[in-house]
Design a protein around this ligand. Sequence first.
Ligand code: PLP
Length: 342
Amino acid sequence: MKPYDLRSDTITRPVAPIREAMAKAEVGDDVYFEDPTINRLEAMSAELLGKEAALFVSSGSMGNLIPLFINAGRAAEVLTHSNSHIIQHEVGAVSALAGVLPIGIDAPRGILTAQLLEPLIKPLSYDLARTAMIEVENTIGGVCYPLETLQDIYQLAKNRGLTVHMDGARLWNAAVATSVDIATIAANADTVTFCLSKGLGAPVGSVLCGSKDFIAKARAIRKMLGGGMRQAGILAAAGIYALENHVERLSEDHVRAKRIAYSLSSSGWAKVNLENVETNIIFFSVDGASGEKVAEVLGEHGILCSGDGNTVRLVTNLDLDDSDIDAVCTIIEGLDVKEFSV
Ligand SMILES: Cc1ncc(COP(=O)(O)O)c(C=O)c1O
């Protein structure tokens, strides 16, 4: 039985043309600014996002950490969603390495608003930590920020002297799903990180975008973190191929995610909020069964997914085509709630 791997969009293996582009990449020492392929990826990314400059970094986590060093700093606060990646999945780097205090905020569907954020911005005082930054994750749990919400948050940040960082690990999914140009979305943040290694299907890397001044400082922090790479144009070539060829096709992943969500919804055993399936991520639960148990049962039937607490996550990705999704839906529709009882 073929396992259908829906654990994440990070599991995809580079397609043949990506490998070819990597093999042919012109390279140089990037710490000396001499890798032409990295320089091209950075220039291309800055232009696409409407920012002055960009920096190739090894991961989304590094792309989120660097702005915390520069635009927040020790003993400052960052306001973010309580389920954000920087709080939940970056091994505490926000405080352990950048020395920043994250303030986690609950908000429906993961979407922060200016109204929720404003009362949490601290007044300047000798005994209070300074609120320095707002961090928004777009998409968050597969849900896209409405443009007006981002505009209001950015306006609030500017009025109060804060910076905004956007964790856009899946920002291309948001741009495709909402049909809003990525630069229009990115205009509502001072710094933006997007990942090449998720839905876009490159093997490694993320890009951090911002002002020229910010990126100059970011290069130094990247080096400090051990992230100065040398002939990494081999990796950047994969990123360029992904940006040129794998953006539009994200809409296929989104349609496939909706198909799975409808299948789950009509299965009789799964609870899924269809409204939250805006991109390539589906969360669902099964009454009376832990996420781990559900993931285990689905795994036995050939559907690999991740279960945590009482929820299960499925992520459509480049390695799965329409016939795979047909097979996944058939498995889901053939299961009975009894399978999940302990
Ligand atoms: C929303 C979000 N931000 C950041 C990251 C970090 O990316 P990386 O795994 O490349 O460090 C991830 C990874 O899954 C993510 O989902």
